[in-house]
Ligand binder design. Structure first.
Ligand SMILES: [Zn+2]
Length: 387
């Protein structure tokens, strides 16, 4: 039997454009999620988006309300860490040089860290790492940032991003989620041809989508994705449509998703590529051929889809022939509105003998000792064996 080492990872942040009520999008759902973890004896991991926090701090002298919120952010992070959960590094560059006016943020900087110079990217990573390490080292002097997830998954290709992470002492990156492709106003990236979408691997240092032919100073652990069945996708969409219609009938006050408007999200992430036919193909035809490509983001899944995700993970773990497989899941506290499905899923997983929960720090510590790290020659070897 293969043991699945599941890392429950949550990108903890405001909306991509800086909007939203920080208490409702971050502090309250985080505390609620942590209380579920604590009840089940699970230790989770939170990728604290730290550019936002640094920006709050930059403006706190002119705006006392920002100081109050930034202090509370520190408190929540420290309280979570003290309870045994992990805090790791997540960076959204669009917070750089932002303006704060009439209680609102205006974010104008580029969303993709891939579009910044080596030095600008280095500064953001370094400041983020130092902020978290300064915050948490008096609770645990050994604390350090060991993993990275880039804002909007932007890690490849890049002539310097992986080198910078190595320089900062990052052990593994989890920004690759195979199969996603964005061509939006804010983000352009193409991960449709990743060479490994499930197991840890040594990446080509200038293109994390590719597997290196040798041992490298950093490891990629892909964020999990799966193909959801037609039946579940259809049912999930129908449920969502019913929710939307009933909230329209009940008036605009109930439309809000933790204070985050669905319309604003759609506008931020609208795909600008392709003809009508291309969109129909992507949205309607492909899902019916292969199942719908789905990021394992628990905030976006209901219980039935989470169980499909777990079945896919089990199948692939078994097929790997390995005794131990690490799997990184995604979550967004800001998008979590159905805690009961998540809780039910976690209860089920916690009771399964083939699943162990691990934090990102534990994953970093055990990567080479416990888990097999792929190189290109291992990939070829596996391909030959499968033939
Ligand atoms: Zn993020």
């Amino acid at each position: 039997m293969t043991t699945i080492h599941l890392a429950l990872v949550d990108d903890w942040e405001l909306s991509g454009n800086g909007s939203g009520d920080i208490r409702r999008l971050q502090f309250e759902p985080l505390r609620r999620l942590v209380s579920i973890y604590d009840r089940l004896g699970i230790r989770g991991s939170f990728n604290a988006e730290v550019m936002q926090q640094i920006t709050f701090r930059q403006h706190e002298n002119e705006h006392n309300e920002l100081k109050v919120l930034a202090d509370e952010w520190d408190d929540v992070v420290r309280e979570t860490f003290r309870q045994g959960h992990d805090i790791q590094l997540h960076i959204h560059p669009q917070w750089q040089n932002s303006e704060y006016k009439d209680g609102r943020w205006n974010l104008t900087a580029d969303w993709s860290i891939l579009n910044y110079s080596r030095e600008a990217a280095r500064q953001m990573l370094l400041r983020g790492k130092e902020y978290l390490e300064n915050l948490l080292r008096d609770i645990n002097p050994d604390y350090r940032c060991v993993s990275f997830r880039s804002g909007a998954w932007c890690i490849a290709p890049s002539p310097h991003m992986l080198d910078l992470l190595v320089e900062l002492g990052i052990v593994f990156d989890m920004s690759i989620v195979a199969g996603v492709k964005y061509d939006t106003r804010n983000i352009k990236l193409d991960y449709t041809n990743c060479e490994e979408d499930f197991l840890p691997y040594y990446p080509v240092m200038t293109d994390a989508r590719r597997v290196s032919d040798k041992v490298e100073p950093i490891i990629c652990v892909p964020t999990n994705c799966f193909y959801a069945s037609r039946r579940q996708v259809l049912r999930h969409h129908l449920d969502k449509t019913v929710t939307k219609i009933s909230s329209k009938i009940n008036g605009p006050t109930t439309v809000s998703n933790n204070g985050r408007s669905v319309e604003a999200y759609g506008e931020q992430w609208a795909q600008i590529d392709g003809s009508l036919m291309a969109r129909v193909y992507r949205k309607a035809i492909i899902p019916y051929l292969r199942g719908k490509h789905t990021i394992s983001d628990l905030a976006q899944l209901d219980y039935a889809l989470m169980m499909e995700m777990l079945n896919s993970i089990r199948k692939r773990s078994r097929a790997s022939g390995l005794a131990d497989v690490p799997v990184v899941l995604e979550n967004h506290t800001k998008d979590l509105h159905n805690f009961s499905d998540l809780e039910r899923f976690l209860e089920k997983a916690a009771a399964s003998s083939d699943i162990k929960f691990i934090t990102l720090t534990e994953l970093a510590r055990n990567l080479k000792a416990t888990f097999k790290i792929k190189t290109q020659s291992l990939l070829e070897h596996a391909a030959t064996n499968n033939r």
